[in-house]
Write a protein that binds this ligand. Structure first.
Ligand code: FE2
Length: 343
């Protein structure tokens, strides 16, 4: 994407995020990654009269793999302090789940994560309508006491919802201390620590993240009191088990966030390498009518499980009920005021 086109979509993003003259913004990158993001955001911010600079961290050491919550900021407390002093941080590194991100938010700095390829950012721009619908979804979720998810493949699981807050992601952020991720479009919360019970059958076509794989044969999870007690299936199941075993951390079997996708611009099928190389799966997380469960940490929601073993698993054709009220039926959002037309 050329610089001016990238600048234009960043300008749209910053306007949607309420950036105005005199605000203090910082763009964070590391190593040689996403330097063109910083250029585009800087150019866009200048057009809005924001006071901006680019903070570039050293390249991470070549340990390989993604370690949830571990960032280069940990060794640079002065950099964290500088970010706390800003109105908005554009995170092109991916600080999510890190103690540094929580500290920066707590200081009132709003954070927008932008790490997906520019083509995907352009295809899934934030909009006022998406924000409104997602906020309605979040209102429904925030007042619910019980979530039940079912599917034709045998999923029947219940999450008790008495502990954790609801999080809405709509791809822009204009409130102090609030984090969002561009692109996105979904809502989630977490079940009580000992309050998730039942069975989840991940079916062919459902998606494993961070593996970025479409499941080919079913994986059956048995969940008791908030922990996975059994996993059965074929090769996909073996891959997930092997991945989880690699962390040597039983807390990876905890149940993490759960919710549903609401972005009509996101397509279920577009994660194939031929169509769309790279990326971290925000499109499959967001596609309209998916039901996504996750395993591992819940510290993002304020819980005590901060294991680095985390999977997000968006599923198709599920039904989701809040206190017995249908929200999603067979992969379609059925609450009128929450509905959008797929593009
Ligand atoms: Fe997640």
């Amino acid at each position: 994407m050329d610089h001016e086109s990238f600048t234009q979509i960043c300008l749209h993003q910053l306007k949607m995020s309420g950036v105005h003259e005199g605000e203090k913004l910082v763009v964070l990158t590391q190593g040689n990654e996403r330097l063109e993001y910083a250029d585009a955001f800087m150019a866009a911010g200048a057009r809005l009269g924001a006071s901006m600079y680019h903070m570039r961290l050293p390249a991470p050491s070549a340990m390989g793999g993604w370690n949830v919550g571990v960032t280069g900021l940990a060794a640079l407390p002065d950099a964290v302090e500088a970010q706390k002093a800003c109105d908005m941080l554009i995170d092109c590194v991916f600080l999510l789940f890190s103690p540094e991100q929580f500290a920066i938010q707590a200081a009132g700095t709003r954070i927008l994560t932008a790490v997906e390829p520019p083509e995907l950012l352009a295809r899934m721009l934030p909009s006022t309508e998406l924000r409104e619908k997602v906020e309605i979804g979040a209102e429904y979720l925030a007042k619910a006491k019980v979530m039940r998810i079912t599917s034709p493949h045998g999923t029947d699981v219940t999450y008790k919802l008495n502990t954790y807050p609801t999080v809405a992601e709509y791809a822009c952020t204009d409130e102090p201390g609030r984090w969002d991720h561009w692109p996105s479009g979904f809502v989630f919360t977490g079940g009580d620590d000992d309050g998730v019970d039942g069975q989840i059958v991940v079916a062919p076509g459902d998606i494993l993240l961070p593996q970025n794989m479409y499941v080919r044969d079913p994986i059956t999870y048995t969940i008791k009191k908030g922990f996975i007690t059994d996993m059965r299936g074929g090769l996909d199941c073996e891959l997930v088990k092997s991945y989880m075993d690699g962390f040597n951390d039983e807390r990876g079997k905890g149940m993490s966030h759960v919710g549903w996708g609401m972005n009509p611009d996101a397509k279920w099928h577009r994660m194939t390498p031929g169509e769309f190389p790279g990326g971290m799966g925000m499109e499959p997380r967001s596609f309209y009518g998916n039901v996504m469960f996750s395993t591992g940490p819940n510290n993002e929601l304020g819980g005590s499980n901060d294991t680095a073993c985390h999977l997000d698993i968006p599923m198709r054709n599920c039904s989701l009920f809040l206190d017995d009220e249908p929200i999603v039926i067979d992969g379609e959002i059925v609450v009128k005021e929450m509905q959008m037309e797929r593009s």
